[in-house]
Write a protein that binds this ligand. Structure first.
Ligand code: NAD
Length: 249
């Protein structure tokens, strides 16, 4: 399948977990990758891996998606290097684990800044090129974008907000040829929870949760790839008995 051959795909948070698995999947499909993440060393080693093992063309750009200037600079670099953007994957995200009452305001602000405003900044910066190329926007939401998960009020709110923003954008650009796909994975085995913020905003290393059937990031990446091929609008990947851990509604 040559649909993504030489297409320019931008993945935020592409150095770990679901983002990294998707970078590898798209590289296998022949895409050219622009990877945005926080650590230049990790970016450089992923770019080398892509070149050595998949013969893929890629650039790694250090960028905090919460910072609109960082994002604008990174997108300019992408356009200089590749001349356009065919697909933007808003994947970078952080979580926390703390009750509403004990959660510091800074945690609410940081989770919103990365998960919600990060996707907003990147989409604003890439939109004209995506419109020109009739590309696609992929947004990593979560099952908690529909039904809140306990002790993650800031995270749940950020994912609900993404649905509000991108469902509206999809409507506004209907007929432009640009597809907007919201992806809602269930629990996936990544570093997300290990790096979760605690109430005061510091990072603790939680042991990974041992619950039910947890998806591999490669499974989620494959579902996103298949969904993007078909230009789907919504992917809900409910892999476990998620309801057992949800708030009673
Ligand atoms: P992860 O922690 O393994 O990877 C996240 C990546 O984003 C990391 O490489 C990190 O450095 C990067 N990142 C964090 N903050 C950033 C910032 N400000 N700017 C740029 N990059 C930043 O997490 P993951 O599980 O792969 O999560 C990816 C996405 O999938 C997130 O949006 C997450 O909410 C969503 N998701 C994950 C799960 C799950 O169970 N793991 C379930 C549903 C949805």
């Amino acid at each position: 399948n040559k649909v993504f051959e030489r297409k320019v795909v931008v993945v935020t948070g592409g150095c770990s977990g679901i983002g990294r698995a998707l970078v590898l999947r798209m590289a296998q499909a022949g895409a050219r990758l622009a990877i945005l993440d926080l650590d230049q060393h990790e970016l450089d080693s992923l770019v080398r891996h892509l070149a050595d093992h998949l013969n893929a063309e890629a650039i790694g750009l250090r960028c905090d998606v919460a910072d609109p200037e960082d994002v604008n600079r990174a997108m300019e670099r992408v356009l200089e290097r590749f001349g356009g953007i065919d697909m933007l994957v808003n994947n970078a995200g952080i979580t926390h684990r703390s009750t509403f009452a004990e959660t510091d305001l800074r945690v609410f602000q940081r989770v919103m800044a990365v998960n919600y405003f990060g996707a907003l900044h990147c989409t604003k910066a890439a939109l004209s090129s995506l419109l020109e190329r009739q590309g696609q926007i992929v947004v990593l939401s979560s099952l908690s974008g529909f039904t809140p998960l306990l002790y993650r009020s800031a995270y749940n709110a950020s994912k609900h907000a993404l649905h509000g923003l991108f469902d509206t954008l999809r409507y506004e650009i209907k007929g432009s040829g640009v597809n907007v796909m919201l992806v809602c994975p269930g629990f996936t085995a990544t570093d997300l929870r290990k790096n979760a913020l605690v109430a005061d905003g510091s990072v603790t290393r939680h042991p990974p949760l041992a619950i039910g059937k947890v998806a591999a990031p490669q499974d989620v990446a494959e579902a996103i790839y298949q969904g993007a091929l078909r230009r789907r609008r919504l992917l809900v990947l409910s892999n476990i008995d998620w309801r057992a851990r949800l708030l009673a509604r």
